[in-house]
Design a protein around this ligand. Structure first.
Ligand code: ADP
Ligand code: MG
Length: 375
């Protein structure tokens, strides 16, 4: 993969695809600017190397056509504060004269998600060289992530480079034992990752709603726990793997609410009318001990409904173990990152991936189109 070390940017207009797909509240204030912060090293390096102009492309949300609610204005304003330069918001056919320009949401343009070559050519016409630093969008073959990369001299930015190097590093040459902690709610999205880690890791710890398809396959009662039907068969296929560890106790609630009735279960059968919403203290202790003894830990997916105070303990225990260990620690997934932030531990892991879907696809061994185009 070509990097900034391979690209001459001096006096060049540089088109930079960034991932500014940040969460916004109802007043359109940015609630977490981590993705904008993560792009700063590349943007600063390009300016230090004498780029004549930076023209940024990014997407925000999933607008259907042009829609002010999805304007990148809040991101442009935040970037302006962080970079301490004026960042002008512009249009494809009306690029402002400023040194740093952000073009409106690429998903406003017909053909972006279809990787239209016509749109890619319009992007390419804006600049002399192209840098892709949007790891979070690298698993999509879109005009701003893939098509345009073939039309200009192109390279990966420092964020994209670090994401790829770190994730490939834990797959190819991890310090052992390699421990994967897999939880969260989107079980079917994560089956591929689970399988990849059963091949490569020494231990795979399961938490979150991920455990219920396994329990169902083993014949346990899951009550009204979140249990994806399509996850049960894949779970059955791998459940006897000796590397796999499942919860041995749970915290259950009546409903997915903070003020619901709560019950500790010292086994994993969930009674009717209850849902398992966290791993229990015995499981948390076992998992944290495994993390403490690891050489490398990859964590994707919270251990429970950490947003609700009564069900946060399992996730908090894992987050604290990640923060405390000397092992190489890598975290993927938006909610896992949010959990770390909630416990004030976001800067205590070695690598917090900015790309949920992209990191999962990379681990599954899939080729990322945005990366391939730079190779
Ligand atoms: P990530 O974004 O880190 O990849 P996911 O999106 O897969 O993680 O899952 C995060 C969500 O999983 C959280 O909102 C959390 O409330 C939910 N969750 C975790 N455990 C459970 C559970 N036992 N039952 C219901 N929801 C759960
Ligand atoms: Mg999520």
């Amino acid at each position: 993969m070509r990097t900034l070390d391979d690209l001459d940017v001096e006096s060049k207009r540089v088109l930079v695809r960034v991932d500014f797909n940040v969460p916004l509240d109802e007043e359109r204030n940015i609630t977490d600017d981590a993705r904008i912060q993560a792009a700063l090293p590349t943007l600063r390096e390009l300016r230090e190397k004498g780029a004549a102009k930076l023209i940024l492309l990014a997407h925000l949300g999933r607008p259907k056509g042009r829609d002010e609610k999805f304007s990148l204005r809040p991101a442009a304003e935040r970037l302006s504060e962080l970079l301490d330069v004026e960042v002008a918001l512009g249009e494809l056919d009306d690029v402002p004269g400023a040194d740093v320009v952000m073009i409106e949401n690429v998903r406003f343009f017909e053909g972006e998600t279809k990787n239209s070559s016509e749109l890619a050519e319009r992007y390419a016409a804006l600049a002399d060289v192209y840098v892709n630093d949007a790891f979070g969008a690298a698993h999509r073959a879109h005009a701003s992530t893939e098509g345009v990369a073939h039309l200009l001299p192109s390279a990966a930015g420092r964020l994209l480079e670090r994401e790829i190097t770190t994730l490939n590093g834990i797959l190819e040459d991890p310090k052992r034992p390699l421990v994967a902690v897999v939880g969260g709610a989107k079980v079917t999205d994560k089956i591929g990752v689970l399988e990849a880690f059963l091949e490569r890791a020494d231990t795979v710890l399961i938490g979150g709603a991920m455990c219920f398809p396994f329990f169902k396959a083993q014949g346990h009662d899951v009550g009204s726990s979140l249990c994806e039907e399509e996850g049960i068969e894949p779970a059955r296929q791998v459940m006897d793997d000796a590397k796999l560890e499942l919860p041995t106790d749970l915290v259950a609630g009546r409903e997915f609410k903070a003020d619901t009735e709560v019950r500790d279960l010292d086994e994993v059968d969930v009674p009717d009318g209850w849902m398992g919403l966290d791993v229990g203290p015995g499981t948390a202790e076992r998992y944290t001990a495994t993390i403490a003894a690891a050489g490398t830990v990859f964590w994707n997916g919270p251990m429970g409904a950490f947003e609700l105070e009564p069900f946060a303990a399992g996730t908090k225990a894992v987050a604290e173990a990640m923060a405390a260990t000397d092992a190489t620690t890598v975290v993927g997934g938006g909610d896992s990152a949010a959990a770390l932030a909630q416990f004030g531990l976001a800067d205590r892991v070695d690598h917090l991936s900015t790309g949920g879907g992209a990191s999962l696809e990379l681990i599954e061994g899939k080729e990322l189109p945005g990366v391939k185009a730079l190779t």
